[in-house]
Structures are given as C-alpha cells and as structure tokens.
Design a protein. Structure first.
Length: 319
C-alpha cells in the first residue's frame, strides 16, 4: 500500500457518513489517503482531493465530495474484493480511561493557538492533561478542566476541525483517542512527541495588573494596523500611573500612532513599557468571552498573562 508522503503527521480519523444509497459507512483518513471501511477491512478510495484539504474544508462539504466515490467503491466491492488492497485495522487495542467531555467553542478555538510549524510536531496538537493546553511558543492558552487529568496525551489539530460542539464519550489506548456520541465516532492517531513543560513558562509573580475594555482594545489594535510595521506588527503599551498609552511605529515609512486608553490600574509598583505582536494579541483577545481584559505584567522581557488563561511573549522594544 502506498502512503502519501506529503502529509507529515500521521493522522487517523474515522467518521460515519450517509452515502447516496442511505447506508452508513466509515470513512478513514490515514496518512493523507482516504479509505472506505467495510466488514472485511478497509479499501482505498480513489479521490482527487488534495491531502492538504483534509480537515480544512467543512465536514459536510468533505462528505459531499466523497459520496459519489463511496458509491462507486461499494459497487466495485460487490464485484471483486481482490481488486483493492485491504489495510490492517490498527484500532484493535482496548480503549480505556473513558470520560465524558463537553466539546465547546472554547475548546475548538484552540486551533488558533497551536503551532503550524511541523518542525515542532508536539505543538501542532492540543495537550490533554490536568489542564488542556495549546501553544505555538509565542502565545499559549489553557482551559482549566481536569477531565483529562489521567491522560497526558497530545490530540492532533485535525480533531478541532472535525469535531462539533456537543458531549462526547472519550477514551484512548496507546496509539489512538476516540470521541464518540450517538451520531458519530471519531478516532484520531495520537502525536507521540513529548509536549513541552508549559507550566514552567506561566508567570507566577506578575505584580502589574491593568484592566482594559475588550471592545476598545480591539478597536485600537485595528487602528494601529495602519501604522505599525507589517513584518513585526509591534504595538507598544506605555503604562504609567497617570496614563496608559498604546503606540505603533513604522520607522521605514515614518508613520506613528499614539493614543491614550481608558484603563483601570489595579496594581502598578512602577511604570512599564512593553511591546507585543498585534496579530497574536488580537488572537488572544478575540478568544476571550469576557468584556474585561486583564493584563498581568512583570517586566518588558517576561511573559504577560491575560485573564489568567492566556499567555503572550513580549517583543523587546528598540525604537
């Protein structure tokens, strides 16, 4: 059996779909190749779909594109099973540690925080342990749920694209994790790399606390986008006891923006000037379902904690 070498991460997903002749079938995606599951194993579906599209197009659209090919494969299957090369069903180990998990919008939006750099394969997934964590080494998001406290495994990012909001029964074995509800069964191949110690980078002694309005902060970041350098996207927060200002500068084109923000200073032992990548900061803020955005800071070169669940690494300001 030939595998597609273009897909770097080994991902297996199994979904039940309704074919045109109203039979439920299993579609399996393994190493970028699509298979049709039947009672004797798996057969390959000849499809022109690019492996790069799997998980990036809506699930309904993906199913629609496969329907005709499923029917063709079924007809051929009835005629001659030997024309296909069956592959071994590796999902034969007993699943364990079954828990009930509510997949919500916050969980699915962790896709915005994972790394797209496949040279760091561990960070291309979501870490399931006593906290749920996603990071790309520049920003980090944790969800404080202990549902997976006994897991310590890495879920591949494609799961965040295929799963929908709802309650699932979740279990795993040494190689796979299964999400099951009354309508669907998803099986994903676990990432085997070691996840970085994310708890070590979460600051514990940030003594400067400033509260912003989410609406105002997003509005100011949008204004800054006209003025900041399009490569670095640096915005600078100049925080003093008497005022809080946001700045954006593009030296190459001699553009400058500065505006004072309405902010509540809860704790500020000393003034601080700190820079962030505006695009990454906007990603964090948009994924916070609260009207108040709380910055906890320590120093210009130390990670900033936002609403206690998100973290962003600063950019040293040299202007």
């Amino acid at each position: 059996m030939k595998t597609n070498n273009k897909t770097i991460i080994n991902i297996l997903s199994k979904i039940k779909v309704m074919s045109a002749n109203e039979q439920f079938l299993n579609v399996v995606i393994n190493n970028g190749t699509v298979y049709l599951a039947h009672e004797q194993g798996y057969i390959e579906l000849k499809t022109e779909l690019s492996p790069d599209l799997y998980g990036r197009i809506p699930l309904k659209r993906f199913i629609d594109l496969l329907k005709n090919k499923i029917d063709i494969a079924q007809n051929d299957l009835k005629q001659d099973l030997d024309i296909y090369a069956p592959i071994k069903n590796e999902i034969d180990d007993t699943f364990k540690n079954t828990v009930s998990f509510d997949v919500d919008k916050e969980f699915l939006n962790l896709f915005d925080f994972i790394s797209k750099d496949y040279l760091r394969p561990a960070m291309t997934g979501v870490y399931l342990s006593d906290k749920i964590c996603a990071t790309n080494a520049h920003i980090l998001k944790t969800i404080k749920k202990d549902t997976f406290k006994d897991y310590n495994i890495i879920l591949p990012s494609i799961a965040l694209k295929l799963l929908s909001i709802g309650v699932y029964s979740v279990s795993h074995n040494s190689r796979y994790i299964e999400f099951k509800n009354e309508n669907s069964t998803f099986v994903f191949c676990l990432l085997t790399e070691k996840y970085p110690n994310f708890k070590a980078v979460i600051p514990q002694k940030n003594d400067k606390v400033v509260i912003f309005s989410k609406k105002q902060l997003l509005s100011e970041l949008k204004k800054c986008s006209v003025f900041y350098n399009k490569t670095t996207k640096i915005v600078i927060f100049d925080i003093k006891k008497e005022s809080v200002c946001i700045n954006a500068v593009d030296i190459d084109f001699n553009r400058t923006y500065k505006n004072e923000l309405s902010a509540k200073i809860e704790s500020l032992p000393e003034s601080i000037e700190i820079g962030f990548n505006a695009g990454l900061l906007e990603t964090i803020i948009k994924n916070i379902d609260m009207e108040s955005i709380v910055f906890s800071l320590q120093a210009p070169d130390r990670a900033a904690l936002i609403n206690e669940t998100s973290l962003i690494m600063p950019i040293l300001v040299r202007i």
